[in-house]
Ligand binder design. Sequence first.
Ligand code: HEC
Ligand code: HEC
Length: 303
Amino acid sequence: MKNSILYISGLSMMMAIVITACKMTYDAPDVQYTANYESADVSEGKRLTTLVCGVCHYDPTTEKLTGVHMVDIPDILGTVISSNITNHPEKGIGTYTDKELATVIRTGIARDGRLIPFMQRPNMSDDDLLNIIAYLRSDDPMVNGSESDPGKTKYSRIGKMAIGSSKPTDWNQGIERPDRSDKLAFGKYLIDNLACYDCHSKSFAKVDKINIEKSKGFMGGGNKMLNKNGDKVITPNLTPHETGIAGWTEEDFAKAVTQGISKNNRILAYPMPSYADLTEKEISAIFAYLQSIPPIKNAIKGR
Ligand code: HEC
Ligand code: HEC
């Protein structure tokens, strides 16, 4: 008798774990958000959208944010395809409200409730969020409605488990961007919102999206990804250790990040984005911040 109760409670506990582990959809948080377009800077919004969203949503064949198959994500997780986020009413996000857009960016919860952990930006400032939303609403060629259909994401069983073990991030409002002259704080803010830490830490599964410095192996590299040929690439160590970027000058760093050419003249390939739109000030802040974080010893082959 005792045993069977134990057995049953064990079984239901396991089922509960399986069910919570596979939770893929969430209710959107009940929040107030309206974009105050009058105070928005649409051209800054374009620059930010290119830097932050374009990395995953830009399709070079349409020259718009019509979505692509993200081939850097290993097949074992399934086929992950970023959405068409142009203004098209059916194929794009033309009928998303401002609040729904703000919610998916801050918390990862899409309008239909599905969780998209790739794109959570819980620490993005209110200003930057507004500028991005205002730009997405504009008639700029990169976002004006296109009916291009990139196809639908299909997760494998393992992919579902990975999404299921992710959590929506909290909705916060009233977030200010650090002052641009406060190099360390501003550099950290950029590494957070450009998601450098997501790729350049130990693994996607062990990053902390709220407090990025708590990510496992923060900026120490070692995350395994795929390039366009389907070959494995391991992200380099960007901490101030000799196996990282100790010994790099700010010029070396700027060339790698904005032109895709590494210190030893190696061409940096996909999935490393080319951040041509970053300003000198931003690069300088990112570099200064990276000099200030704990060095990690992690030699990455081939760099
Ligand atoms: C790391 C890659 C990545 C980044 C960066 C990213 N997205 Fe996404 N986004 C995706 C993927 C992948 C999906 C589709 C997921 C799915 O099919 O479940 C998606 C879906 C969306 C959707 C949902 C559309 C729908 O079908 O309901 C919106 C809206 C969106 N993204 C907007 C943005 C905006 C705005 C930014 C920049 C602030 C951004 N994304 C940055 C990968 C990304
Ligand atoms: C989508 C994942 C991804 C993102 C996001 C990303 N990187 Fe990278 N990065 C890589 C990969 C992969 C490489 C190695 C590319 C190669 O070897 O061809 C790389 C290489 C580099 C290098 C060259 C280091 C060396 O030792 O050669 C630097 C510097 C760098 N990234 C900085 C950054 C910065 C700064 C950011 C954010 C602004 C960033 N990366 C965002 C994946 C990423």
